[in-house]
Design a protein around this ligand. Structure first.
Ligand code: LLP
Length: 416
């Protein structure tokens, strides 16, 4: 297995391209992704399900930059869109409506109308009220909407509470005990077609047990449906497979598939999976430059970067750990650094007591595993400009999103 990011003579390279060269040409902060790593992760995840009928619907929310979405289309993925914005990105990347499943806990009327008019593969409905609104849109559009019901199976994914979604009382999905009745209503509504059942119990999950339990809940419901004479087309088990942010083992795709397939295969139904993070996160780094070094009176020297929670919010939002590497390792023994962003928020920190080679102002660091939920969650807080995104492919690299300018930012505003 090739290593995407590795040192060659103390110089960190991405698929043979020196990250220092990219930083010099594009400036910092900047996101860099490896096309080969994305492709490998997709292929490995897909292959894990073997010949069982299935399709990966890549979760665009992890990274929906247009060129990344296009890359997923070239790999023959479908997508999971969580807003009409993500649906429009998918269409522009060349996906057909039939490639798109549309999920989302609060779909606006215009979003429902657009999805119904397009005839997306499935609208994952979140409540009885939403089903009624989808049906009304289908009647108005004189069409039949393909609906799948998102179930809340009351399974605790055991991940960070902010990204746990399948526990009773969470805002997501239809409580499992209400699902059968709702499915019946859909099946008897002439403006709707019940095509599937959907579940997503959380993200960054490293144990198979909760993912298997969620699949079991869907399969049990499928049986109840078929006893009631209601046939569906697919089971969608959502995303959630985590990655080893610490550089360890993670949850290998084949272990995940080996846990899910025995549960789903007796149904014979097509399996949809919505991986996001596992496909893109390990393939990306955020390059940032040290703009100041200071002694804050604590045990570790403080290295202030030109990237912060505006570029990568995961550490501030979830206390998430990301490895940090020097793009060019200086000689000398390692020291402890607290690595922080430039924003006026104490939570704007990438890590305490990180052992790093000696740093100097101007050095570039690579914050690892930032290809998913990195640029996608970036903001303009403090009027900071969105960072460019660079794709390394075939031994070269290209800018897939240029750096935002102050003109771009102010274009939407009037001064009065
Ligand atoms: N499908 C649905 C319906 C989802 O809500 C999600 C993620 C996925 C698939 C993809 O999940 P994944 O395979 O990436 O775990 N911002 C957080 C993650 C939020 C995930 C929300 N839903 C983070 O940075 O960790």
């Amino acid at each position: 297995m090739p290593t995407t990011f590795r040192y060659e003579d103390d110089c960190l390279v991405c698929d043979g391209v020196a990250l220092a060269d990219i930083a010099r040409a594009e400036g910092t902060p900047a996101y860099v992704y490896s096309a080969a790593a994305i492709e490998r992760a997709y292929t490995e995840f897909d292959a894990a399900f073997g010949s069982y009928p299935h399709r990966l619907h890549y979760a665009l929310k992890a990274n929906s930059t247009l060129a990344i979405a296009s890359l997923m289309r070239r790999l023959a993925a479908g997508v999971d869109a969580n807003s009409v914005g993500e649906i429009e990105v998918a269409l522009r990347a060349g996906f057909a409506p039939g490639d798109i499943v549309f999920t989302g806990v609060g779909k606006r009327p215009d979003e429902i109308e657009r999805a119904v008019a397009l005839g997306v593969h499935a609208i994952n409905a979140e409540s009885a009220g939403e089903v009624a609104r989808i049906a009304a849109a289908a009647r108005t559009g004189r069409t039949k909407a393909r609906v799948s019901v998102r179930i809340n199976p009351d399974v605790n994914a055991g991940t960070h509470p902010h990204i746990t979604t399948g526990v009773r009382g969470n805002k997501f999905g239809v409580p499992i005990e209400q699902a059968l009745a709702l499915c019946r209503d859909i099946a008897f509504d002439t403006s709707l077609r019940l095509v599937g059942l959907h579940v997503h119990v959380g993200s960054q999950i490293l144990e198979v047990a909760p993912l298997r339990r969620a699949a079991e809940a869907l399969v049990a419901l499928t049986r109840a449906l078929s006893d009631a004479g209601i046939a569906i087309e697919h089971i969608d088990v959502g995303g959630g497979v985590g990655i080893p942010y610490d550089g360890g083992r993670g949850l290998p795709a084949r272990e995940y598939a080996a846990a899910i397939l025995p549960v789903v295969s007796p149904t014979g139904l097509k399996l949809l999976v919505e991986p996001g993070r596992v496909i893109v996160a390990p393939a990306g780094v955020l390059l940032a430059r040290v703009v100041d070094l200071k002694n804050g009176g604590g045990p570790a020297e403080i290295a202030v970067l030109d990237a912060g929670m505006t570029e990568l919010i995961r550490p501030a939002l979830y206390g998430a750990y990301h490895r940090i590497d020097a793009v060019q390792r200086r000689p000398g023994s390692e020291r402890q650094y607290e690595i922080v962003g430039p924003l006026c928020e104490t939570s704007d920190s990438f890590g305490n007591a990180r052992a790093m080679p000696p740093l100097q102002v101007g050095d570039v660091l690579a914050i690892r595993d930032a290809g998913g939920y990195g640029s996608a969650m970036a903001s303009n807080y403090n009027r900071r400009l969105l960072a460019p995104e660079i794709l390394v492919e075939n031994g070269g690299w290209r800018t897939i999103r240029r750096r935002q300018t102050i003109e771009d930012l102010l274009m939407l505003e009037s001064s009065e």
